[in-house]
Design a protein. Structure first.
Length: 95
């Protein structure tokens, strides 16, 4: 439930705050939806792949209300094998 309107950022990280990466067997995809189930914008998959950060981030300007986040496992390169691991989700007001 978003109680304050404005720019909100949704971001995954490794469970202990680390990058999502090979060592953690973690690569996330994040999608944001409104209360009707309609996707809102697009996020950044692989925040910084150049430094092996395969976490996800999405920012959107929201009004107060209910929103849903779907996080699914990504794959590294073209292996087709989804990576699994523990992650955390941070939601913050602002960029």
């Amino acid at each position: 439930m978003i109680q304050t309107g404005g720019l909100h950022t949704f971001e995954t990280s490794g469970f202990n705050g680390a990058y999502c990466s090979y060592g953690l067997e973690l690569n996330t995809n994040l999608q944001l939806f409104n209360s009707a189930g309609t996707a809102i914008g697009t996020g950044t998959d692989d925040i910084a792949a150049g430094v092996n950060n395969y976490c996800s981030r999405q920012s959107a300007t929201l009004v107060p209300g209910t929103y849903y986040v779907r996080i699914t496992p990504g794959t590294f390169f073209t292996s087709g094998v989804p990576h699994q691991g523990r992650y955390r989700l941070e939601v913050r007001l602002g960029p």
